[in-house]
Design a protein around this ligand. Sequence first.
Ligand SMILES: [Zn+2]
Length: 72
Amino acid sequence: MNEERYCPICHGKFVEKEGTKSHEMFKKEIVIHNVPYLHCDNCGEEEYLYEHKVNMLIRDTYRSGLSEADYV
Ligand SMILES: [Zn+2]
Protein backbone atom coordinates (compact mmCIF):
# COMPACT_ATOMS: atom_id res chain seq x y z
CA MET A 1 0.00 0.00 0.00
CA ASN A 2 1.66 3.22 -1.14
CA GLU A 3 -1.29 5.46 -0.54
CA GLU A 4 -0.41 8.27 1.83
CA ARG A 5 -2.57 8.72 4.86
CA TYR A 6 -3.00 11.80 6.98
CA CYS A 7 -3.82 12.32 10.61
CA PRO A 8 -7.47 13.34 11.15
CA ILE A 9 -6.49 15.46 14.16
CA CYS A 10 -3.62 17.65 12.92
CA HIS A 11 -3.41 16.64 9.21
CA GLY A 12 0.22 15.56 9.72
CA LYS A 13 1.49 12.67 7.65
CA PHE A 14 0.92 9.20 9.07
CA VAL A 15 3.90 6.83 9.28
CA GLU A 16 3.30 3.10 8.98
CA LYS A 17 4.55 1.08 11.96
CA GLU A 18 4.18 -2.35 13.46
CA GLY A 19 3.98 -3.22 17.12
CA THR A 20 2.28 -4.73 20.13
CA LYS A 21 -1.04 -3.27 21.24
CA SER A 22 -3.12 -4.15 24.24
CA HIS A 23 -6.88 -3.87 24.51
CA GLU A 24 -9.44 -4.43 27.17
CA MET A 25 -12.41 -6.61 26.40
CA PHE A 26 -14.97 -7.26 29.14
CA LYS A 27 -12.35 -6.35 31.71
CA LYS A 28 -9.83 -8.81 30.29
CA GLU A 29 -6.62 -7.58 28.72
CA ILE A 30 -5.96 -8.88 25.21
CA VAL A 31 -2.50 -8.29 23.72
CA ILE A 32 -1.98 -8.43 19.95
CA HIS A 33 1.56 -8.59 18.55
CA ASN A 34 2.91 -7.31 15.23
CA VAL A 35 -0.10 -5.19 14.43
CA PRO A 36 0.37 -2.77 11.53
CA TYR A 37 -0.74 0.73 12.48
CA LEU A 38 -0.36 4.34 11.50
CA HIS A 39 1.37 6.82 13.78
CA CYS A 40 1.39 10.59 13.59
CA ASP A 41 4.80 11.97 14.61
CA ASN A 42 3.26 15.38 14.98
CA CYS A 43 0.56 14.76 17.62
CA GLY A 44 0.92 11.08 18.49
CA GLU A 45 -2.44 9.99 17.08
CA GLU A 46 -2.57 6.30 16.12
CA GLU A 47 -4.90 4.37 13.91
CA TYR A 48 -4.99 0.73 12.81
CA LEU A 49 -4.31 -0.01 9.20
CA TYR A 50 -6.92 -2.78 9.20
CA GLU A 51 -9.12 -2.00 12.14
CA HIS A 52 -11.81 -4.53 11.30
CA LYS A 53 -9.29 -7.36 11.18
CA VAL A 54 -7.76 -6.29 14.50
CA ASN A 55 -11.19 -6.18 16.11
CA MET A 56 -12.02 -9.68 14.82
CA LEU A 57 -8.71 -10.99 16.13
CA ILE A 58 -9.30 -9.48 19.58
CA ARG A 59 -12.75 -11.09 19.68
CA ASP A 60 -11.48 -14.50 18.53
CA THR A 61 -8.66 -14.38 21.07
CA TYR A 62 -11.09 -13.50 23.84
CA ARG A 63 -13.47 -16.29 22.82
CA SER A 64 -10.63 -18.81 22.76
CA GLY A 65 -9.86 -17.93 26.36
CA LEU A 66 -6.43 -16.58 25.43
CA SER A 67 -4.92 -13.27 26.45
CA GLU A 68 -2.57 -12.72 23.53
CA ALA A 69 -2.27 -13.41 19.81
CA ASP A 70 -0.08 -12.67 16.80
CA TYR A 71 -1.47 -10.60 13.97
CA VAL A 72 -1.02 -12.70 10.83
ZN1 LIG B 1 -1.54 14.25 14.17
